[in-house]
Design a protein around this ligand. Structure first.
Ligand SMILES: CC(C)=CCC[C@@H](C)[C@H]1CC[C@@]2(C)[C@@H]3CC[C@H]4C(C)(C)[C@@H](O)CC[C@@]45C[C@@]35CC[C@]12C
Length: 957
């Protein structure tokens, strides 16, 4: 009897341990799979990965990659399940052998374990794939719409002549030298190519007549009449363009494009290419204004202020231009938008107002009075969104209790944890990292209590008395103007629980212990990001927050080498245009624009006509590919290329990839790699590059390097067959339930996008055409999966939602091109529906137009590009639509002709096109400027239309 009891007890223990073990195995398998897809070996967080790694891989039979790669998702699940089943059966069998018969007989135990496994399998499959919704496709329905319009007073603003002419855009090595002379004894690390900074020039414009011509050319053949946001808040990049044209014309033999209007499509394309070639920088890249968002520069101003206003971070000349920018973008009601075309929001207004005051605009200046009126009419800054509240807390303009918790402890969660921050989209991850550090340290500007401006701001920003505010209650307050992504219930609940953790005494000893560890890890991680990016950092937000974090960590030491390293890279984000100085959304769009230029000229058959331009593009792409093995060992980035560090800091492999901007930035992106690769392949097919390679006038990009690019691209593919931006998708759609930012949509995970997928698929197809023997099966498999993905995200109406530019026209151009290159037949339903969608939206004047509201509302802008286009049409949208229709060889030649004639008609006398509405977008709600698009896409579209349809465009109507 006693023996029986012991047997049953032991059996039960055996059973429960089996259950726990298998649940654990399931959980780690489930949770760790996406994190293991870093394009490298498993990090040991998943039991099965660990087993493969140690047993299968060590015997050298192709290893983990081969197994993982070969297993399609359902199979992979089965693999996990088989493992669980085996473990289970053996355990039960073992206990059965040991402890006699009763319930644990062999057939029964197999039956039970089988049943149990089936149940878990079902749970696994359904929960993961259905309820958790593997990845939800961006572009789903959006309820709220932009209700208001931005309105500016009709006023012309101009920069002082001195400001227009005395600034010089320096690139590459010259830019490094300039910065290094300002920081004696310090050296910048990383590849200099592509770096672009604005510095005061010592020479001024000389010949007056020539200067007039240059200014006119920069404006497309019209004379400069200043900047008037009520006409168009998008600046035209006149200052940079004038600067480049001046440089170009100063070289003997260089002439501007002919003034006569082009008579044919080829003339028009050639003239456009000639004009655009004048803008190319000496290192081969195409520079341009990459501004737009209004919430970036205030972050920098706040950092500068907190750090004691060092002139090595921002000097007086820059401050003057930053103020100018803030003032010209203020709208009639006193507010500022989240970006240049947005109606005023509390997010934009709070930050711009604070920046304006910190830069020295007095409280009673009319702009400040109007700004304050706007803020107070909307409830004061207690109703601004969380990202601006964060900056207010740093400055001592808000109590940290008024901000929801950003616990740095989140980094201490085990990697397998379903909500580990390492699974977040890298931009969100890299912003919440320093936020966690600064929140955890409860950092506040050290002079806040004595600083007169801060004290005054405390009364300017609130409707109530600052000292009487019950901060904890205000944590969730947000104005409807900002509430694009209302905080979901799940996140609110979590924030409330965290508020207990932050404030209840009972948790404090526990919190102290873990907080310290979290802060320590965060700082280590921040440092790794700084080194990996040569202190540029992934984007403008974490750039500034990382700098403040180091300032804090070093005990507010401005001379600390890390803080100085950071300050040396501030210039990389600043840009001057006719609306003043702005902080850009990135350190530029160099590689992206340059890769497009190569492809546009290739399709227009002009690369050989502009051999100098082609060679310079080649050089840029050659120097910009990320090649860890060739990074000098002395570079701080070197160490972090090792897989050990990549694993530790959740980074995908980079070797072989191309970035969006510069090599020094160091973060490759799937579509930037693809566009870079396609550009190289185009160049390789031209005579001028082939000859230059033969006589060694340019450095060779070896086949091995192209293979590395292919490797990165293949590792980037998600399980759904699509491609995300920087990394594989590591989480699930439900993560969006934890989105803590009210102003951005879909920021929590890296989704598969039509743009990234099309770019990668077309790169794979182009590559296979030239190198059919390299990994043919992997490439074919990948193309097949990608092809199905593209079809799966096509919308009912035949369009695709564009996540990174405005909007359906962009997405649909990408969708069509992707399908066609994957071999979809031109008369298939998918292609015909997509082309019909485009045709339905062609406007009376022959063009196409959409503005930013399409992206925000997730609904085609009914009035087209109403405000800043031409009767609803815009040149960039028209070019995208033509590119889509012509790759599909759509047979409505009349529609194509009208589109082409529209582009030709809109070309300016200089060969340029006008700057219309904002083209780019991110996170659904923020517009971003792509100045180069107005040149490169029309060239490309005209080139392609001519190649596909021949000379049917020249008869005028
Ligand atoms: C952290 C937040 C909310 C703001 C900082 C801004 C960045 C998130 C974005 C600024 C530039 C973006 C848009 C960047 C630009 C290029 C695109 C793309 C065109 C290559 C696209 O196809 C893939 C995504 C992009 C990389 C982008 C991501 C988001 C930005 C970094």
């Amino acid at each position: 009897m006693t023996e029986d009891r012991i047997q049953i007890a032991l059996g039960l223990i055996g059973w429960s341990s089996v259950m726990v073990l298998s649940a654990l195995a399931m959980a780690t398998g489930l949770a760790a799979t996406p994190l293991d897809q870093l394009g490298m070996r498993p990090n040991g967080s998943c039991l099965w990965s660990w087993l493969y790694h140690h047993f299968v891989d060590s015997v050298g039979v192709g290893g983990y990659d081969a197994i993982q790669g070969a297993l399609a998702p359902p199979l992979r699940l089965n693999f996990h399940m088989a493992g669980v089943l085996l473990l289970w059966a053996s355990f039960v069998y073992f206990s059965d052998q040991q402890y006699g018969e009763c319930v644990f007989s062999l057939p029964l135990s197999i039956w039970w374990s089988g049943l149990h496994s089936m149940c878990l399998y079902t749970l696994y499959f359904f929960v993961l794939n259905h309820l958790m919704d593997g990845v939800s496709v961006p572009g789903g329905p959006r309820a709220s719409k932009i209700q208001r319009q931005p309105i500016w007073d009709d006023r012309l603003t101009t920069l002082d002549d001195e400001d227009k002419e005395k600034w010089k855009c320096m690139v590459a090595e010259e830019s490094h030298e300039d910065t290094e002379t300002k920081f004696p004894g310090k050296k910048l690390t990383g590849e200099p190519s592509g770096r672009q900074i604005w510095s005061r020039a010592t020479t001024s414009a000389s010949n007056h007549d020539k200067e007039k011509l240059i200014q006119e050319m920069a404006l497309g053949g019209r004379s400069y009449s200043g900047f008037n946001p009520s006409k168009n808040p998008n600046s035209s990049d006149v200052i940079f363009r004038a600067h480049q044209i001046r440089k170009y014309l100063s070289i003997d033999g260089n002439v501007p494009p002919p003034a006569t209007p082009p008579k044919s499509i080829q003339d028009c394309t050639r003239k456009a290419a000639h004009f655009y070639s004048m803008l190319q920088c000496s290192d081969g890249h195409f520079a341009a204004d990459y501004g737009g968002p209004h919430f970036l520069m205030p972050g920098l101003v706040i950092a500068w202020y907190i750090m004691g206003k060092p002139s090595s971070c921002l000097n007086n000349d820059q401050i003057k231009l930053l103020k100018h920018y803030i003032l010209v973008h203020q709208q009639s009601d006193g507010g500022w938008g989240t970006h240049i075309e947005s109606p005023p929001t509390m997010f934009g207004s709070t930050l711009m107002y604070v920046a304006m005051r910190l830069l020295g605009v007095p409280k009673d200046d009319p702009a400040a009075v109007r700004g304050r009126k706007f803020l107070k009419e909307n409830g004061g800054v207690l109703y601004t969104s969380s990202w601006s509240k964060f900056y207010l807390c740093l400055l001592g303009l808000m109590d940290w209790r008024g901000h929801n918790s950003v616990p740095p402890e989140m980094w201490l969660l085990p990697n397998w944890f379903p909500f580990h921050p390492g699974r977040m989209w890298c931009h969100a991850r890299m912003v919440y990292l320093p936020m966690g550090y600064l929140y955890g340290s409860q950092f506040v500007y050290e002079d806040a209590e004595t600083d007169a401006t801060i004290q005054s701001l405390r009364s300017e920003l609130y409707c109530e008395n600052y000292i009487n505010i019950s901060w904890v209650k205000t944590r969730h307050w947000v104005s409807p103007l900002d509430d694009y992504s209302p905080i979901p219930l799940m996140m609110k609940t979590m924030q409330n629980l965290l508020a207990c953790y932050e404030n209840w005494d009972i948790f404090q000893p526990f919190k102290r212990f873990f907080r310290e560890k979290g802060i320590k890890f965060s700082l280590k991680y921040i440092h790794a990001e700084d080194k990996q990016t040569n202190y540029i950092d992934i984007g403008p937000v974490n750039k500034v927050l990382n700098m403040i974090s180091h300032y804090h960590a070093t005990g507010n030491d401005l001379n600390d080498p890390t803080v100085v390293d950071h300050m040396m890279r501030v210039q990389d984000y600043l840009w001057i245009a006719e609306d003043g100085m702005k902080m850009q959304g990135y350190n530029g769009s160099q590689c992206w624009d340059t890769s497009f230029c190569a492809q546009a000229l290739f399709e227009a058959n002009l690369l050989d006509e502009f051999p100098g331009v082609s060679r310079k593009i080649w050089n840029y792409l050659e120097r910009t590919q990320i090649l860890s093995t060739e990074v000098s060992q002395s570079s701080p980035a070197y160490k972090y290329e090792a897989n050990e560090y990549r694993n530790m800091y959740y980074r995908h492999i980079s070797e072989g990839g191309w970035p969006f901007s510069t090599s020094a930035h160091g973060w490759p992106i799937s579509d930037c790699t693809s566009e870079g690769l396609k550009a190289v392949l185009c160049l390789l097919r031209t005579k001028c590059i082939q000859d230059s390679l033969k006589d060694k006038r340019i450095v060779c990009i070896s086949e091995q390097r192209l293979y590395k690019a292919i490797n990165v691209l293949l590792t980037y593919q998600n399980e759904d067959g699509g491609w995300a931006t920087y990394e594989n998708n590591r989480g699930w759609g439900w993560y969006e339930q934890l989105n803590p930012s009210e102003v951005f949509g879909d920021i929590m995970i890296d989704y598969s996008y039509v743009e990234c997928s099309m770019a990668t698929l077309t790169a794979l197809v182009d590559f296979r055409e030239m190198y059919p023997h390299h990994r043919p099966n992997d490439i074919q498999q990948s193309i097949n999966k990608g092809h199905s993905f593209l079809k799966s995200v096509q919308r009912e109406d035949g369009s695709w939602y564009g996540s990174w530019a405005c909007c359906f026209t962009y997405g649909t151009f990408f969708g069509i091109e992707g399908l066609v290159k994957c071999g979809e037949s031109l008369d298939s339903t998918a292609i015909v529906r997509a082309c019909k969608f485009l045709l339905q939206h062609q406007r009376k004047n022959g063009g196409w137009g959409e503005d930013f509201t399409s992206c925000y509302d997730k609904d085609y802008a009914k009035n087209g590009m109403k405000r800043y286009g031409d009767e609803g049409s815009g040149v960039v949208n028209t070019a995208w639509a033509l590119l889509g229709l012509s790759i599909a060889k759509y047979d409505d030649v009349d529609a194509i002709r009208r589109g082409v004639q529209y582009l030709m008609k809109r070309q300016l006398p200089s060969g340029d096109w006008p700057q219309e509405g904002i083209s780019g977008v991110f996170n659904r709600s923020v517009g971003i400027t792509y100045t180069a698009y107005r040149n490169v896409f029309p060239i490309w579209a005209l080139g392609r239309c001519y190649a596909v349809y021949g000379n049917v465009f020249n008869e005028t109507e």
